[in-house]
Design a protein around this ligand. Structure first.
Ligand code: ZN
Length: 343
């Protein structure tokens, strides 16, 4: 199998059949070989993780003897890459089932493309916002308020927390995971003790607690979801972003410390959320004029409402410029003249 090129941010693989990638001219070159990577030892051969970046969530591909499943489909601007990765890994088999842990744009932006590519594909989503998918309401699904995009997709069934179902050759449990997103679910395979945690737990932290931006307290839900993860005693966690990991105890400690910091100082969480939204925009467009970024923030309701609620008295333009300076200081962006560039 020869190499092929895709335009995207860095992608890594925990699969025995994907070896390495190199960046060239802003493109990512993926070279296939049969050598294995360290991550593959963490997971059975039937499970592959396409480790994406922050714009696209990871994709988890499960190849059972009679069924193939993909968990989460990345952001829409990477949909062609997602489709290529899945097609390559499936080597001619169709994709049978698509699961979304939650409906944020970076987790289901490839749904529409995969549904078009695999006409018999079934799609299962968490129940909380299913009615907004059925009636396609991009504002209720957060795509409007976050200034993000997600092509319309359909679904066939709901993932009811507290139930279990067959994914590939194993039974997986569905657990509610409110906090980062009120309606998120996690998936747990109790024999190998593998947890697909989505954005409820990363190796170093967890996703922005979006309900807090709407003024709905959700830090307690984050804490109870972390408790659920601890009680499941997973040996391997496949997070929504970042590499799969096994030191779950340390990850839980880090997450709880981070949560404590947010609970003590909610403004810190708001700053973090605003920075994440700005960085997400930069990841999507790679570069834009500072004034255009300010304009985008002004027309993005989560920004406008977050600042109105928590930083009254500070002009939004000033606050965005301050956040951009912090992104530059932390190495997440650069300024070249009046343009902001993603790093
Ligand atoms: Zn999310």
């Amino acid at each position: 199998m020869g190499p092929y090129q895709v335009s995207a941010e860095r992608t890594r693989f925990s699969s025995p059949s994907h070896r390495s990638l190199r960046q060239r001219n802003g493109m990512v070159k993926i070279v296939m070989s049969s050598a294995s990577l360290a991550h593959s030892a963490l997971l059975p051969d039937s499970i592959q993780v396409f480790q994406r970046g922050w714009l696209s969530s990871n994709n988890v591909l499960i190849r059972g003897s009679r069924q193939t499943v993909l968990i989460d489909s990345g952001y829409c601007t990477h949909a062609a890459q997602t489709q290529a990765l899945v097609a390559h890994a499936l080597d001619g088999r169709p994709l049978d089932l698509l699961i979304n842990t939650h409906l944020h744009s970076d987790h289901c932006g490839g749904n529409a493309a995969l549904q078009a590519a695999y006409p018999d594909l079934k799609t299962h989503i968490p129940p909380g916002h299913a009615h907004f998918v059925a009636a396609w309401n991009p504002d209720a699904l957060t795509y409007g308020p976050t200034g993000q995009s997600c092509p319309q997709f359909r679904f066939d069934a709901k993932l009811e927390p507290g139930t279990e179902f067959q994914l590939g050759n194993a039974l997986w449990e569905i657990h509610a995971a409110p906090g980062h997103d009120t309606h998120s679910v996690m998936l747990f395979e109790p024999v190998e003790r593998i947890l697909v945690s989505a954005d409820a737990l990363w190796e170093r932290g967890f996703g922005v607690v979006f309900p807090e931006l709407d003024g709905e307290g959700a830090f307690e839900e984050v804490a109870s979801t972390l408790d659920i993860i601890e009680s499941l005693q997973p040996t391997t966690v496949i997070p929504g972003h970042g590499a799969p990991f096994r030191d779950v105890a340390t990850a839980l400690t880090v997450a709880r410390q981070r949560l404590d910091g947010f609970v003590r100082n909610p403004a810190k969480h708001m700053q973090y959320a605003a920075k994440v939204l700005l960085k997400f925009k930069l990841l999507e467009v790679q570069q834009l004029e500072l004034q255009a970024l300010v304009h985008w923030a002004q027309s993005t309701p989560y920004f406008a409402s977050t600042f109105a609620r928590h930083f009254s008295g500070v002009a939004l333009a000033e606050a965005v410029e301050q956040l951009v300076r912090e992104l530059v200081r932390s190495g997440a962006a650069t300024m070249q003249g009046s343009a902001v560039h993603n790093v």
